[in-house]
Design a binder for this molecule. Sequence first.
Ligand code: SAH
Ligand code: SF4
Length: 342
Amino acid sequence: MSGAHRPTAGSLDDLTDLPRPLREAVADDFAFSSIVASHTLEADGGLTAKAVHELRDGQRIESVLMRYPGRNAGSGRTTVCISSQAGCAVACPFCATGQAGFGRQLTPGEIVDQVLHWHRAPWLALGADWRPGGGRSHYNIVFMGMGEPLNNADRVFAAVRLLNDPARLGIGARHITVSTSGVVPGIDRMIEELPQVNLAISLHAATDELRNELVPINRKWPVAEVVAAGRRFAARTRRRVSLEYVLIDGVNDDADQAAGLAELASGWLSHVNLIPLNPTPGSRWSGTSAAGVRSFAAMIERGGVPVTVRDTRGREIEAACGQLHAQLAGRPLPAEIPLVTA
Ligand code: SAH
Ligand code: SF4
């Protein structure tokens, strides 16, 4: 049906090839989106945009659009970061979502509707490098918004299959990344059920003592078990696993942690991605300095492990996990930016 190939449509009324009486007849029984309202903010000159979405029961979730222009037309990248749960039960102390606690699981529709939001809004229409139906190689989806995707694995996997579906958005599994705090049985399910989806593991510490504090789920699945699951994933799928490491000044950025991380990451198909902490409001912690990040990266590299440093997009719109949501909690959402249907 036409709607399947027209993700830019913003409401039933945009489906003008359906007769008006039919549109009116289905309007009472058919919700066009599970998102009832969105508040969108831009940063980085429009290259980054973040939305807080309100769902039908009043729960709020977040998604982020990041555009990286290329030097030549069509060579840029677009990444959409989406939520898998309203809130999160893992309770990492540096994460705004973790501090807010768990709300509920998202349905597959609520997960996919976050992606569709960015196809309807002006963002993708305004000279983006990816357009529905066009070349899709530079378009990525990452489960790095609110929630622990592998604590909602059935619905997240269903959403991935919907995003994959050639009759819908047709986004290749290799362009989708699931980021996990280390839910080992969920990683094993990914190996069996979604072997082409990328895996990122949020390590953040090389010892159990420190990781028990920073990523409390470590008490259930400690460092050695999480890394072993990453190694199984890499061995079975032949795909490089990303080890995410948020650098917190004076907490996990010393030479001992660097040496431990290099040892955990070497000898298999892994890659370390360093992220300076984006401090949450009222946080007692701050991000490692640029010089500190460089020397930490150099120590990992000396261990023969590939390293990248993630740019911290959208600081001024609180784009880190759960932060904008925290700022707006308990207040009505500001007005939506008008939709443009391209
Ligand atoms: N729950 C999953 C996915 C969502 S969080 C996970 O933890 O992997 C996505 C990434 O954002 C994780 O690597 C997480 O540690 C990181 N993150 C959370 N809060 C952050 C902050 N304040 N600054 C920088 N990165 C943060
Ligand atoms: Fe949950 Fe990930 Fe935030 Fe930890 S970092 S509280 S796992 S969303």
